[in-house]
Design a binder for this molecule. Structure first.
Ligand code: ADE
Length: 244
């Protein structure tokens, strides 16, 4: 994954990129992120990146020209895919993460701040607008980091175990419960099946737990997901049980 984060607040993003899996992915050359300060593309004496809105109203608006100059600069070298972080965007989900993990172009994240961004950034660049949820953040930086984090972990070689990505939440269903040592903790035991050593029974238990968890907490996901025959059988049993 190659990307640029365009922001007025580089300090909001760099610490997150310097920890844990994102840090390791960069060390392995699987993630290349550049943090670009939009203010570096202002050329007036005061390095003005924002201004009052035409027509009045609350707050300041991020100026278009510095953002466009930054994008022009990056585009000189490479083909780009441009994403604008915005609560008005298309709602981000795992399917979009998966699609972005296969993107060959450099991805540019434009992070607005203040009340908004001059509309001509959209007119000129026609970016894909993406929202990470129905709430308003102070800026797009956290949204860009959420997207980068969720995409990077899908890139082969980033996580240690290649099966671990397929195994868990939102591939289709929610995850099954996990346990680690000790086997008994404050009177609570690990489910016996997990220490049985019978891999097929353990696999079935995990499947059952995943379907049950999803039915309990996010039944809406079951409508969107193409279930395997085994999962449909489990779901039928769970539904019958819940109607008793
Ligand atoms: N900027 C402000 N709020 C946002 C959101 N919910 N998603 C993406 N970018 C944003």
């Amino acid at each position: 994954m190659r990307c640029d984060i365009l922001t007025l607040f580089p300090g909001m993003v760099s610490p997150v990129l310097d920890e844990s899996i994102l840090k390791r992915a960069q060390a392995k050359g699987l993630l290349n992120v550049r943090i670009i300060n939009i203010r570096d593309f202002t050329f007036d004496k005061h390095r003005t990146a924002d201004d009052y809105p035409y027509g009045g109203g609350a707050g300041m608006v991020l100026k278009a020209e510095p953002v466009l100059k930054a994008v022009d600069f990056i585009r000189e070298e490479e083909d780009l895919r441009i994403l604008l972080m915005s609560p008005q965007g298309k709602r981000y989900n795992q399917g979009m993460a998966s699609e972005l993990s296969r993107e060959e172009r450099r991805i540019v994240f434009i992070c607005g701040h203040y009340e908004g961004i001059d509309e001509r950034v959209k007119t000129y660049l026609s970016p894909e607008e993406i929202s990470i949820g129905d709430y308003v953040l102070t800026g797009g930086e956290l949204a860009a980091l959420v997207i980068i984090d969720s995409v990077v972990r899908l890139i082969p070689g980033v996580l240690g175990d290649s099966t671990s990505v397929e195994d868990e939440s939102f591939n289709q269903l929610l995850d099954y419960p996990h346990y680690t040592r000790p086997a008994r903790l404050r009177g609570m035991d690990v489910p016996l099946v997990l220490v049985s050593g019978n891999h097929e029974v353990i696999r079935q238990w995990k499947r059952w737990q995943a379907v049950n968890n999803t039915f309990d907490k996010r039944p809406d996901l079951l409508d969107e997901t193409a279930l395997s025959e085994e999962d449909m059988k489990i779901l039928k049993e769970i539904k019958e049980e819940s109607e008793k």
